[in-house]
Design a protein around this ligand. Structure first.
Ligand code: NDP
Ligand code: MG
Length: 382
C-alpha cells in the first residue's frame, strides 16, 4: 500500500491522479488533499477518499469547508501553513505536486525535508529552485519522479542506461495552437485561440504557456535539473503529432524514445508505480492509423518564450525565477483579458532587463524576488 498526498487535487493533474488511484484502490491510499479555493470538488474528493487531512489555501474557503464536512473525520487546514502540513503529513510516502506556479516551492522543500518522495508535475518549482531541490533530494535520499510527459519519457528512456552516456536530450514540442504563425499573425490572437491546444487538455496556465512556448522553455530548465545536463545538450524538436513524448540520444548515436497516445494518466501512473508498470485503460497507439510523424525546428525568433528560457537558464542564479514570475504575472493578465498575446513576451523581457542578478538564491530570496518582480510589473503594467 502506498500512501499519497496531493497538492492541487482539484486541477487537471490532480483529478487525473485521482482517476489512477481509483483504478488501483487496493494499492494506493489518499491521506491528504488540497486546493486553492474549489471546495465543492474538494468536498466530493474528501467524501470519496476519507483522507486524514485536507488543505485549502484560501482561508475563508477553508473555514467554509470545515463546516460542510463536519460529519467526516478529516482535519481541515488553510493558507500556506496548510499546504506545508499536507506536504509533511506523517502518514504519506509520496507527494504529488499538482499545484500550479512557484507557490509550490515551499511545500516541495518541506516534503523533501520530511523524506517524502515527490511525483513532480509542478515544473515552476524546479525552474526557480532546482539548484536547491535537486541536491536536497539527494541529501535526504528522496526520489523525484517526473510527471511532465516529456520528462517521464526521458526518465523511461534512461532506464538501465548510465547517465554519463547522454549526448543529447531531444525534448519534443507540439508547437501549440499557433505553430507556423508569424509575429504579425500573433498580434491579434485571443485568449480563446490560445486556450485551444491541439493535442493535450490541461489547466489554463500551462495551456497558455504551451501557446507562447514558455512551457517548453520551463521544460528545458526542468530537464536540466532533473537529468543533470547542460543547456547545450537539450534540443527542442517540434513534433506536431505528440506521439514521441521525448528522446535521449546516446554517445554512440543510438536514440531511445517513449511513444504513445497523449494521456497524462500514463506518466502519472508510472510515477506512482515506478519501477513497476501497470495496466492502464487508455487508447493505444495504432501505427496503421498514424501513417506519418513530422519534425521541425522551433521558430525561436517568433516564439520568444523559448529563446528567453535558454537565455535565463544559461545566466542561472535568480534569472529563471524572474522569467517564471514575470510569466506567471503576464499569463494571469492575459487570461483576464488585460493584455495582448505578444505583451506576454514584452513583460518577461522587461522584467529580465530590469533585474540585478543574484547568484545562488536561497528559498527566502526566491520568494522575495518573485514579490519584487510583481511589484515592478504592477508599477508599469497596472
Ligand atoms: P490546474 O490549474 O488545472 O490545477 C491547479 C491545481 O492547483 C488546482 O487544484 C488548484 O486549486 C491548485 N492551486 C492553484 N493555486 C493554488 C494555491 N495558491 N494554493 C493551493 N492550491 C493551488 O493546473 P494543472 O493541473 O494543469 O497543472 C498543475 C501543474 O502541473 C503545473 O505546474 C503544470 O505546469 C504541470 N503540468 C500539467 C500538465 C497537464 O496536463 N495539466 C502536464 C504537465 C505538467 P483550485 O482548483 O482550487 O484552483
Ligand atoms: Mg510537458
Amino acid at each position: 500500500m502506498k500512501n499519497i498526498a496531493i497538492l492541487g487535487s482539484t486541477g487537471s493533474i490532480g483529478t487525473q491522479t485521482i482517476e489512477v488511484v481509483r483504478q488501483y484502490s487496493e494499492d494506493f491510499r489518499i491521506v491528504a488533499l488540497s486546493c486553492n479555493s474549489n471546495i465543492d470538488l474538494l468536498e466530493k474528493q474528501v467524501r470519496e477518499f476519507k483522507p486524514l487531512l485536507c488543505a485549502v489555501y484560501d482561508e475563508d474557503k477553508a473555514k467554509e469547508l470545515e463546516l460542510k464536512i463536519k460529519d467526516v473525520p478529516c482535519k481541515v487546514v488553510g493558507g500556506m501553513e496548510g499546504l506545508l502540513e499536507v506536504a509533511a503529513i506523517k502518514e504519506s510516502d509520496i507527494l504529488v505536486t499538482a499545484i500550479v506556479g512557484m507557490i509550490g516551492v515551499m511545500p516541495t522543500v518541506t516534503a523533501i525535508e520530511s523524506k517524502k518522495d515527490i511525483a513532480l508535475a509542478n515544473k515552476e518549482t524546479l525552474v526557480t529552485a532546482g539548484h536547491i531541490i535537486i541536491p536536497m533530494a539527494d541529501a535526504y535520499g528522496v526520489k523525484i519522479l517526473p510527471v511532465d510527459s516529456e520528462h517521464s519519457a526521458i526518465f523511461q528512456s534512461l532506464n538501465g542506461e548510465r547517465h554519463n552516456e547522454i549526448s543529447k536530450i531531444l525534448l519534443t514540442c507540439s508547437g501549440g495552437p499557433f505553430r507556423g504563425y508569424t509575429k504579425d499573425q500573433l498580434k491579434n490572437v485571443t485568449r480563446d485561440d490560445a486556450l485551444n491546444h491541439p493535442n493535450w487538455s490541461m489547466g489554463a496556465k500551462i495551456t497558455i504557456d504551451s501557446s507562447t512556448l514558455v512551457n517548453k522553455g520551463l521544460e528545458v530548465m526542468e530537464a536540466k535539473w532533473l537529468f543533470g545536463v547542460t543547456y547545450d545538450k537539450v534540443q527542442v524538436v517540434v513534433h506536431p503529432q505528440s506521439v514521441i513524448h521525448s528522446m535521449v540520444e546516446y554517445e554512440d548515436g543510438a536514440i531511445i524514445a517513449e511513444l504513445g497516445t497523449p494521456d497524462m494518466k500514463l506518466p502519472i501512473q508510472y510515477a506512482l508505480t515506478y519501477p513497476e508498470r501497470r495496466v492502464l485503460d487508455t487508447k493505444k497507439l495504432d501505427f496503421y492509423q498514424l501513417k506519418s510523424m513530422t519534425f521541425e525546428e522551433p521558430d525561436m525568433d517568433t516564439f520568444l518564450g523559448l529563446k528567453y528560457a535558454y537565455e535565463v537558464g544559461n545566466i542561472g542564479g535568480s534569472m529563471p525565477t524572474v522569467y517564471n514570475a514575470a510569466n506567471e504575472y503576464a499569463v494571469r493578465k492575459f487570461l483576464n483579458g488585460e493584455i495582448a498575446f505578444l505583451d506576454i513576451y514584452d513583460i518577461i523581457r522587461d522584467a529580465i532587463d530590469s533585474h540585478k542578478l543574484i547568484d545562488n538564491p536561497g528559498v527566502d530570496e526566491i520568494i522575495e524576488i518573485e514579490k519584487n518582480v510583481y511589484d515592478y510589473l504592477d508599477k508599469n503594467y497596472k
